[in-house]
Design a protein around this ligand. Structure first.
Ligand code: NDP
Ligand code: BG6
Length: 521
């Protein structure tokens, strides 16, 4: 079988107990790592996974004996795979030294095997090729399932029966979607666990690999000035904002996927909810994966079930502007004309625990909007008995502090403060204490380009660091929160509010916020 250890121990083992990495110290010569990208002919593999692996290779972060295998049904030779991926490999940070040489070296380690996803025989052929490259060394195999979810289980079955490591570990990275509701997600977990132990499964949420999301815990737990304020006593509301602009044509390529899922499942139930749990969790006992994930699960389990009245949905419609015509969502040929699938949604969530009682956590996520951004915005309460009240007129909201973590683009952390305008007289001004990463002059510590989320996550999976991957109970809790709402939206056929392609989104999003006394940042 594929198991790294008996299933009964799944979930219980902190990373520290795994012992030293097989890829460092005296064992490194005898160990070999094979990374198998299943679905290598696809979009994600080409755009994200191969470039991330190359970046790691360039930075010497991969073990000495590493081999990368692409696996898919498409017929391709090794050379054709190399040609395909070389088009998306870049030297991430400007023109780097020896980039071309490194690229050649990397490509020489890339191979391809064509096979069906449900054929044990084809995976056995892959196994032979893997063994040949491993050359008798201890074998460590990382499978990356970059394929549609309906074939996850077939692949895991075949890989575990015919291509698992016999003398090292076998790990499997699984891409979302992990089901489309509680029931299907539970079923997927059940099927995967027939072949894999929990600690072999690395469920990826690539937002957890983003620099600013990683930084959230550092900001909170290593700065005295933030953590004492991190509660209902000082925080009025928290906003999680995701927006994609109309240049993002990705949606069309995957419209058939998207129409079956919608923005709530695509972005809110995973990316935004993950950030929310990191934001709101109590201090973990340590930085161990299990300690952190335990705290995240507690947040999820303290959350109030989402109510229909605390949610609004939207869908973009076509329109013409400046002689150009912009298509609506249902104009896409793969989307049914009467589709109610939301391409925009907003929700107010509540965590019913002592720290967050009554604080609205607002989320909004949308496609085909006017801008691309992902942000966390923390709005603080008014200063009680503010001496400078009259300087702000009647709008005291303008005087509250706001902390913004801009996840992308242009990573930044800034705090809006009130400040005296220099000079005689007493005029106040809102200013930003601003840490804009790209404006930092010390490029050695704040590089111009920040590693892609996939680089960090792949490296963590190789090193057995599970902190940034989703544990099954976490997934279960996340689905429990959203499933009743999703069912209700679908059963009641709630029509989305239409908004023009490339606009700021539907106006209903402001009514929802106003109901909770919130103004969007
Ligand atoms: P693709 O649709 O490009 O599929 C990847 C490969 O899987 C294809 O090249 C094809 O290979 C095979 N495949 C596609 N459809 C089927 C099918 N119906 N039956 C059997 N095999 C099929 O997906 P992506 O690369 O875009 O994404 C891979 C996974 O990652 C998906 O689960 C997706 O939801 C998820 N994901 C993707 C993101 C992205 O940015 N693209 C972002 C986040 C998640 P072949 O025909 O050669 O076998
Ligand atoms: C994916 C979603 O998980 O994240 C896509 O399925 C979305 O719909 C993408 O476009 C956004 O990722 P990023 O890293 O470009 O913000």
């Amino acid at each position: 079988g594929l198991a790294e250890e008996p299933i009964s121990r799944a979930n219980s083992k902190p990373v520290a107990m795994e012992g030293p990495s097989p890829f460092s110290g005296s064992r490194k010569e005898e160990s070999s790592l094979s990374i198998i990208i299943v679905g290598a002919s696809g979009d994600l593999a080409r755009k994200k996974i191969f470039p991330a692996l190359f970046a790691l290779f360039y930075e010497d972060c991969l073990p000495e004996n590493v081999t990368v295998f692409g696996y898919a049904r498409s017929k391709m030779t090794d050379e054709e795979l190399r040609n395909m991926i070389s088009q998306t490999l870049t030297c991430r940070i400007d023109k780097r030294e020896n980039c071309g040489d490194k690229m050649d070296e990397f490509l020489k380690r890339c191979f391809y095997h064509s096979g069906q996803y449900n054929s044990e025989e084809h995976f056995a052929q892959l196994d032979c090729k893997l063994k040949e490259k491993e050359g008798g060394r201890s074998s460590f195999r990382l499978f990356y399932l970059s394929i549609p979810p309906n074939i996850f289980v077939d692949v895991v079955r075949c890989a575990s029966t015919s291509a698992s490591s016999k003398n090292g570990w076998t790990r499997v990275i699984v891409e979302k979607p992990f089901g489309r509701d509680s029931e299907s997600s539970r079923e997927l977990t059940r099927c995967l666990k027939q072949y894999l132990a929990e600690d072999q499964i690395f469920r990826i949420d690539h937002y957890l690999g983003k620099e600013l999301v990683e930084n959230l815990s550092v900001l909170r737990f290593s700065n005295l000035v933030f953590e004492p304020l991190w509660s209902r006593n000082y925080i009025r509301n928290v906003q999680f904002i995701f927006s994609e602009d109309f240049d993002n044509l990705h949606l069309f390529l995957i419209a058939s996927y998207f129409d079956n899922y919608g923005i709530i499942r695509d972005i809110m139930q995973n990316h935004l909810l993950q950030i929310l749990t990191l934001f709101a969790m109590e201090t973990p006992v340590s930085l161990d994966a299990e300690d952190i994930r335990n705290e995240k699960v507690k947040v999820l389990r303290s959350m109030r079930l989402l109510q229909l009245e605390d949610v609004m949905v939207g869908q973009y419609k076509g329109h013409s502007k400046g002689g150009r015509t912009y298509p609506g969502y249902t104009d896409d040929p793969t989307v049914p004309n009467d589709s109610f699938t939301p391409t925009f949604a907003a929700a107010a969530l509540f965590i019913d625990n002592a720290r967050w009682d009554g604080v609205p956590f607002l989320m909004r996520a949308g496609k085909a909007l006017h801008t691309k951004r992902a942000e966390i915005r923390v709005q603080f309460r008014h200063v009680p008995g503010n001496l400078f009240k009259r300087n702000f007129g009647t709008d005291l909201d303008k005087a509250t502090n706001e902390l913004v973590l801009r996840v992308q683009p242009d990573e930044a952390i800034y705090l809006k403060i009130n400040n005296k305008v220099p000079g005689l007289g007493m005029r106040l001004d809102r200013s930003d204490l601003n840490l804009l990463y790209k404006a930092r002059s010390d490029q050695s510590r704040y590089p111009k380009e920040i590693p892609d989320a996939y680089e960090r996550l792949l490296l963590d999976a190789i090193e057995g660091e599970r902190r940034l991957f989703i544990r099954s109970d976490e997934l279960e809790a996340a689905w429990s929160l959203f499933t009743p709402l999703l069912k209700e939206l679908e059963e009641k056929k709630i029509a989305p509010e239409l908004y023009p392609y490339g606009s700021r989104g539907p106006v209903g999003v402001h009514y929802l916020a106003a109901k909770h006394n919130v103004r969007w940042g």
